[in-house]
Design a protein around this ligand. Structure first.
Ligand code: ADP
Ligand code: MG
Length: 569
């Protein structure tokens, strides 16, 4: 390992030379309190910045053992360090020449606490931070003086002010570790309590805006308060005993007037598959890990999905046992998304009327009369949601303020009023008895479970030109994979670009290593889960990059299912 002083000398020597001279600084450099590892130097000052790491030994980081004693605690702490590093890095970035000269960047983890590769803490408390720096240039020539300032002053100051225990309030550090441990413990209790989700009393569910995941600020925020009949008490390792609303397994219907907070509650459940950092408002709002939001998405592609339980007898006898299209309708897309979620192992579905196809959700008495079932391919969800639970053990929470037809099929009925839930299960049953709709269930018994889909080798191809694997995430909704563009805007539980990148690399892994005769969709999801459990996220990109975050098998399945080249048997 070379000393930091040699780095200074070397940078002085290459000052003014062509940009390629920066290649000489690849390697490890020993600073007083950390090691700077330069993994990869960018080809020119306008390219994606260079990849570097800071390795801080455990005795230097001096984290209290509570900060990393368990994986859940280490993750909470790592998330705090990453968020602090990325914020300070933004301020420490300076424009030090042409192109990206002087930039320092790390992905901000945001409100969610996800396993990620930006900051890692090992079992002994050593800290590794992975980030990018724009090596300074004047035009295309090495700017040695600026590089010395960046690498031997700005970066060390950044490391010291964010990655060491001394840089943080001890209370704050403990809060991040404890809160993440509590959230995991809470989620792991749900099944035993017969619940699909838990929303703590006092939780703050509304967000600042549709594009801002931070809590709503200002006046008039109504903290969550459980209805007495659904209030449960749980014990957490750090917070001790807490209370909140438990949503039982089965079919849960959320009703209420427009603007009373129905969708906000559902979105909190959707986000509850992930943990949130202290101060988010949703730290103790958790859903079972296998909860999947399903919605309509016309225009998506579908590859050989058996949607016959929902849609059958299409005009001209087109089969729906293995339904494929490059341009799905609202109802076919929603049906396929449900079947795919179940194929991937979903145990809880979330459905919001705001993002559903009406003809998929309801078909009332008058329509049954006017358009007899023989002329209607769709069996609405209202006639399937019970068997989903009773036969397949898949629960459902659905928001439906616009139709009372779901009252008969729901086990629990919540009414949102002024942003607070009331348990109106018995009241709703009385209403249903007093005002029968005369609606007949239709569609008959559900079809047998769909046959496993086998992926055709070659239909998941990460190659592009001379590259063996091409994965890019140009924006928050698009994944570029090989020569394909996958639109992920409607996959609501994909929450960061780091996650999308990981999903892209996982698809590449599938295409490169897992496809053979008879490989099913479920097989590849299991195999990828195994690989990541054994080797961590770095298995997805052997360069050990810092911009990956953990996804669930449902998000990977969602991307695979939206790949327009996918072919199945
Ligand atoms: P609905 O789905 O019932 O029509 P939304 O969930 O979309 O209603 O909520 C309507 C508005 O109320 C949103 O702007 C949301 O941010 C706000 N809101 C929701 N819950 C709360 C709350 N607990 N406190 C304050 N504002 C809230
Ligand atoms: Mg709504």
């Amino acid at each position: 390992m070379r000393e930091a002083t040699e780095l200074t000398t070397l940078l002085e020597q290459i000052d003014g030379r062509g940009y390629k001279a920066y290649n000489q600084i690849v390697g490890n450099w020993r600073f007083a309190d950390f090691v700077l590892r330069i993994d990869y130097v960018q080809g020119d000052p306008f390219a994606e910045p260079s990849r570097v790491r800071a390795l801080v030994a455990a005795d230097v980081a001096a984290l209290p053992s509570g900060a990393f004693v368990s994986p859940a605690r280490a993750l909470g702490t790592a998330s705090l360090l990453a968020s602090s590093f990325s914020k300070v890095a933004r301020r420490a970035s300076s424009s030090a020449g042409s192109g990206r000269s002087g930039e320092i960047q790390m992905a901000d983890p945001g409100q969610k606490v996800l396993l990620q590769t930006a900051v890692l803490i090992d079992d002994h408390g050593a800290v590794e931070a992975r980030f990018k720096v724009g090596l300074p240039a004047q035009g295309r020539r090495v700017s040695g003086r600026q590089a010395i300032r960046l690498l031997t002053e700005a970066v060390p100051t950044l490391v010291r002010s964010t990655l060491l225990a001394a840089a943080h309030e001890p209370d704050q550090m403990e809060a991040h570790a404890a809160s993440n441990e509590d959230a995991d413990a809470l989620r792991s209790q749900l099944r035993g309590l017969g619940l699909v989700a838990f929303v703590a009393d006092g939780a703050v569910l509304p967000r600042e805006s549709g594009i801002d995941d931070t809590p709503l600020s200002g006046e008039g925020i109504v903290p969550f308060d459980a209805p007495p009949s659904l209030r449960v008490e749980v014990d957490l390792p750090n917070a001790g005993s807490i209370t909140g609303m438990g949503i039982p397994v089965g079919v849960t219907l959320v009703v209420g007037g427009g603007f009373h907070g129905k969708s906000t509650l559902l979105r909190a459940l959707e986000a509850g598959v992930y943990n949130h950092k202290p101060g988010d408002g949703r730290e103790r709002v958790v859903s079972r890990w296998d909860t999947v939001k399903v919605r309509t998405e016309d225009g998506r592609s579908i590859a050989g999905v058996d949607i016959s339980s929902y849609i059958d007898n299409l005009p001209f006898g087109k089969t729906t046992k293995a339904f494929s299209t490059q341009n799905a309708s609202g109802s076919t897309s929603q049906a396929a998304t449900i079947v795919e979620a179940c194929e991937a192992g979903a145990g809880v579905l979330l459905v919001d009327e705001d993002t559903s196809a009406t003809n998929f959700m309801i078909r009332d008495r008058r329509m049954q009369e006017l358009v007899p079932k023989a002329g209607e391919p769709i069996t609405p969800f209202v006639d399937r949601v019970r068997s989903l639970y009773e036969v397949d053990d898949t629960s459902c929470v659905l928001v439906m303020g616009g139709s009372g037809d779901y009252i008969e099929v729901a086990d629990t009925i919540l009414r949102m009023h002024d942003y607070l839930p009331e348990d109106v299960s018995s009241e709703a049953r009385a209403v249903a008895e007093a005002h029968p709709t005369g609606r007949r269930a239709e569609g008959g018994p559900p079809q047998a479970d769909p046959a496993p889909r086998t992926i055709q080798p070659g239909s998941v191809d990460p190659r592009r030109g001379r590259r063996a694997s091409y994965v890019r995430v140009p924006d928050g909704r698009t994944l570029l994979f090989g020569t394909e563009r996958i639109d992920l805007a409607a996959v609501d539980q994909l929450v960061s670009r780091a996650q999308m990148r990981a999903v892209g690399h996982a698809l590449a892994y599938i295409g490169e290593h897992l496809l053979g005769a008879g490989t099913t969709v479920a097989n590849v999801l299991d195999r990828l889960d195994d690989v990541i459990r054994r080797e961590g996220l770095d298995a997805l990109d052997t360069r050990q990059v810092g911009d990956l975050a953990a996804y669930r098998r449902f998000e990977l399945a969602a991307a695979l299912n939206r790949l327009r080249t996918l072919r199945v048997e």
